[in-house]
Ligand binder design. Structure first.
Ligand SMILES: [Zn+2]
Length: 86
């Protein structure tokens, strides 16, 4: 795809998923762009979001964008971001 996605708003328009991959253990988390946009705002660059691997407890994640249809393997988990009340 030739469109460069630099904000969550654009990713939402293309119904994309945001995929965070831990650089250490390769564990992946997939989020709906629309979920993230609701939390962080549509102008946010998805690559700047603070993803953290729950296994390694590291913030060293590679963020990529994926558009449907992608291979829906049984292991595919779409995570919902959890809002922490402060
Ligand atoms: Zn990890």
């Amino acid at each position: 795809m030739a469109v460069s996605i630099d904000t969550l708003g654009k990713a939402i328009r293309h119904h994309m998923f945001v995929v965070a991959t831990c650089r250490r253990c390769e564990r992946q988390a997939r989020f709906l762009a629309s979920d993230l946009g609701g939390m962080y705002g549509h102008g946010r660059d998805p690559r700047s979001l603070p993803f953290r691997c729950s296994v390694c407890d590291m913030r060293d994640c590679r963020v990529t964008l994926m558009e449907p249809p992608f291979d829906r393997t049984p292991e595919t988990i779409v995570w919902r971001p959890v809002k922490i009340r402060g």
